[in-house]
Design a protein around this ligand. Structure first.
Ligand SMILES: Nc1ncnc2c1ncn2[C@@H]1O[C@H](COP(=O)(O)OP(=O)(O)OP(=O)(O)O)[C@@H](O)[C@H]1O
Length: 381
C-alpha cells in the first residue's frame, strides 16, 4: 500500500487583491512506520468476539452502502450536460455556465433527487454511530498498542497495570509485561473506519495506520485528515469514479472523502471568491499522484467543460506520459519529471485553457501541483 495526500488551498492571485485566507497547516511530521510492516489483519485477529462482530456489522453496513453506490441510477441526459467523461470524450454541447448549473443543482431540488438515488449514509445512522460513546469510558483503557521487536504494532488487551508496568495479552495468546509508558491507547471500536482522522480520540501512529488499513480493506481508499485528503493507492480498479459519482459530488449528494470533493471545493471557492486555487498532491514514487491528478482533472473537465478544450487538455496526459515516463523499481509507469499543471477558467466557470510545465524530479518524495486559475476575462466558448 502506498499512500499520498492532497490538499486544496488558495493560490496567490495576481488578479485580485483580496486578503488570503489562513493556509492549511502542514501535518505533523512524526515519522510513520511503513504500512508494509503492519501484518495483514493484525487487528481483526486480535479483537474480542464481540468486537469482531461489531466490526463485521460495520463492514457489512459499509458493503451494503458500497453496493448501492454501484447501483446509482444513471443521471438523465439533460442533467449530465457536459459531464460525459467516459468513452474518451467529456464533450458536450450544453453551454450553461457552471455557476448556473451549481445554482440549478441547489435550487431546483434536484440535489435531493440525486441524494435519493445515492448510497449516502442517512444522518440518523451517522448520529447514532458517533453518538454511542457510552461504553467509551469503560473501554478506553482496555486495549492498547505495543510495538513488537520487529517494529510491527500489535493490539492487545491490558490484563493488569501496576505502577510503571502493565501486562498485555496479544491475540496469539502471548502475554507481555511492558512498561506502561511504552503503550499507546487504542481508539474505541465505534471509531473503526472513521472517514476523518480528526474524529479519532487518539491520533497516534498505530491508530492512524489501523484506520487507514481498515478503510482500505473495504475499498475506501480516501480518508480525510481535516482539510487534507489521504489516498491509499489501491493498485486495482475501484468503483469510485465515473459520471454518476461526478454528478453526485457536483450536487453535493455525497460527502464521502474523494478527490472529486477536493476538486469541487476548489472550483466552488474559485468562483465564489474569484481567487486562484491550488491542489497539491504529494507522495512517494508510485503513491498515485499522477493518477490522482488525472482524476481531479477529469472532474474539472466534466464540471467546467463544454467548449471542447477540456478534451484536448485531458489528451495531453498520454502524450506526456509517452515521452516522459519509464519503468522503475517502484512504479511501472513512473513520471520522470515533475509537473505543474495550470487549468484556466473563465469568470463564468468554463475552462478556457491550460498550461503544463515540467520540471526536474529531484527526490523520490515529490509534489504535483494543479493550479486552478480564475480569470476575469470572458473567453469565447
Ligand atoms: N486511484 C487509483 N486506482 C487504481 N490504480 C491506481 C490509482 N492510483 C494509482 N494507481 C496505480 O498505481 C500506479 C502508480 O501510480 P502513479 O503513476 O500515479 O504514481 P506516482 O505517485 O505519480 O509515481 P511517480 O512519482 O513514480 O510518477 C498506476 O500506474 C496505477 O496502476
Amino acid at each position: 500500500m502506498a499512500s499520498g495526500e492532497m490538499r486544496s488551498r488558495r493560490a496567490p492571485s495576481s488578479k485580485k487583491s483580496k486578503p488570503e485566507r489562513s493556509r492549511v497547516k502542514s501535518r505533523s511530521t512524526l515519522p510513520l512506520q511503513s504500512t508494509k510492516s503492519l501484518s495483514q489483519g493484525f487487528r481483526f485477529a486480535g479483537g474480542s468476539p464481540s468486537s469482531k462482530s461489531s466490526s463485521m456489522e460495520e463492514a457489512s453496513d459499509k458493503n451494503e452502502s458500497k453496493e448501492s453506490k454501484t447501483n446509482v441510477a444513471p443521471v438523465e441526459e439533460e442533467d449530465t450536460g457536459s459531464l460525459e467523461v467516459n468513452g474518451d470524450s467529456p464533450y458536450s454541447s450544453r453551454t450553461t455556465s457552471m455557476e448556473e448549473r451549481y445554482l440549478e443543482g441547489e435550487e431546483d431540488g434536484s440535489s435531493e433527487d440525486a441524494t435519493s438515488q445515492l448510497p449516502a449514509v442517512s444522518p440518523s445512522r451517522i448520529e447514532s454511530r458517533w453518538s454511542d460513546t457510552s461504553s467509551y469510558g469503560a473501554k478506553k483503557k482496555v486495549q492498547a498498542w505495543c510495538r513488537r521487536t520487529n517494529g510491527d504494532w500489535a493490539l492487545g488487551k491490558i490484563l493488569s497495570t501496576s505502577g510503571a508496568e502493565s501486562v498485555l495479552s496479544l491475540p496469539e495468546g502471548e502475554v507481555l509485561r511492558l512498561s506502561t509508558d511504552s503503550l499507546l491507547p487504542a481508539n474505541p471500536e465505534i471509531l473503526d473506519g472513521a472517514d476523518d482522522l480528526m474524529q479519532l480520540s487518539y491520533l497516534n501512529e498505530p491508530s492512524v495506520l489501523y484506520n487507514l488499513q481498515y478503510r482500505y480493506s473495504q475499498d475506501s481508499i480516501y480518508t480525510k485528515a481535516g482539510p487534507v485528503l489521504v489516498a491509499i493507492n489501491p493498485f486495482k480498479e475501484v468503483h469510485l469514479y465515473g459520471n454518476d459519482y461526478i454528478e453526485a459530488y457536483r450536487r453535493k449528494a455525497v460527502d464521502n472523502p474523494h478527490v472529486y470533493a477536493i476538486a469541487d471545493t476548489a472550483i466552488r471557492e474559485m468562483i465564489r471568491d474569484e481567487v486562484n486555487q491550488s491542489i497539491i498532491i504529494s507522495g512517494e514514487s508510485g503513491a498515485g499522484k499522477t493518477e490522482t491528478a488525472k482524476i481531479a482533472m477529469q472532474y474539472l473537465a466534466a464540471v467546467g467543460g463544454g467548449c471542447g478544450i477540456e478534451y484536448e487538455i485531458l489528451q495531453t496526459n498520454p502524450i506526456l506520459e509517452a515521452f516522459g515516463n519509464a519503468k522503475t523499481s517502484r512504479n511501472d509507469n513512473s513520471s520522470r519529471f515533475g509537473k505543474l499543471i495550470e487549468i484556466h477558467f473563465s469568470s463564468i466557470g468554463k475552462i478556457s485553457g491550460a498550461k503544463i510545465q515540467t520540471c526536474k524530479k529531484i527526490t523520490l518524495n515529490h509534489f504535483l501541483c494543479l493550479h486552478i486559475i480564475y480569470s476575469s476575462i470572458i473567453f469565447p466558448n
